[in-house]
Write a new protein. Structure first.
Length: 238
């Protein structure tokens, strides 16, 4: 029911606004604990999308998991890319709720068919929101578009880490803090996230200590690499 074409064909109920969330590409790193007999290319993972703003009373579309398909053309080396099989997810809400939904961040979680062996770490999600309008001829068109920035989800109560993990991350953050330039209140640093497994823990510890950690985009990482700097994140004073 929630595929993208129907968002432009199913009538919009009177008094409601239609929002279309399009997920163009999801770039991931994979931790494969059984590489001898598990091939990630044959996996059929699903995507769970959780809005930062609670809209469960407005729509049920985020209670579902959505199928992903492998994007072979964009998968290179250790980075495996996925597409949302149905392209987009849409829902109809009252006008006075649009602002909160429009500005919220969306958290994304991928689960493998074989979660015991395959763990996905999301590097980036290219996604956008569209405000769809219906004209007098009942034709639906895109009135406004907002490209969203992917922000990794913070550590949650359901995540589990060993004492060694916590000590390792605290040590990395401590060394990173010493590199902060007081003129800019930030520094570009390298964090070993163990293929993304420790990403949320690093972000969570840093936040509690009064710092903000952001993953750098690939273009910046490659540019700094050409200059001889091995970096992966930016750490800043909040």
């Amino acid at each position: 029911m929630q595929d993208k074409p129907k968002a432009f064909s199913d009538p919009i109920p009177n008094g409601l606004i239609r929002i279309l969330l399009t997920v163009d590409i999801i770039r991931t790193q994979i931790r494969n604990d059984a590489p001898d007999f598990i091939d990630p290319a044959e996996d059929h993972p699903t995507l769970k999308i959780i809005p930062g703003f609670d809209i469960s009373s407005l729509t049920s579309v985020f209670k579902k998991s959505y199928s992903l398909k492998l994007d072979k053309q964009r998968s290179k080396g250790e980075t495996i890319s996925w597409k949302l099989e149905q392209g987009g997810i849409w829902f109809d809400i009252p006008m006075d709720e649009v602002k909160d939904v429009w500005l919220t961040n969306f958290n994304f979680f991928i689960e493998s068919e074989k979660p015991r062996y395959l763990l996905y770490h999301i590097e980036d999600v290219e996604h956008k929101l569209e405000w769809l309008q219906q004209d007098q001829q009942s034709k639906i068109f895109s009135l406004s578009e907002f490209k969203k920035e992917y922000i990794p989800a913070p550590v949650s109560a359901t995540d589990t880490y060993s004492g060694a993990d916590i000590i390792k991350c605290a040590d990395m953050i401590g060394r990173a803090v010493k590199k902060i330039d007081l003129r800019t209140n930030s520094a570009l640093v390298k964090f070993n996230t163990d293929n993304g497994r420790l990403e949320s823990l690093i972000l969570g510890i840093a936040e509690k200590l009064g710092y903000e950690v952001k993953a750098l985009d690939k273009k910046t990482i490659m540019s700094k690499g050409d200059e001889g700097s091995n970096v992966s994140h930016q750490i800043s004073l909040k």
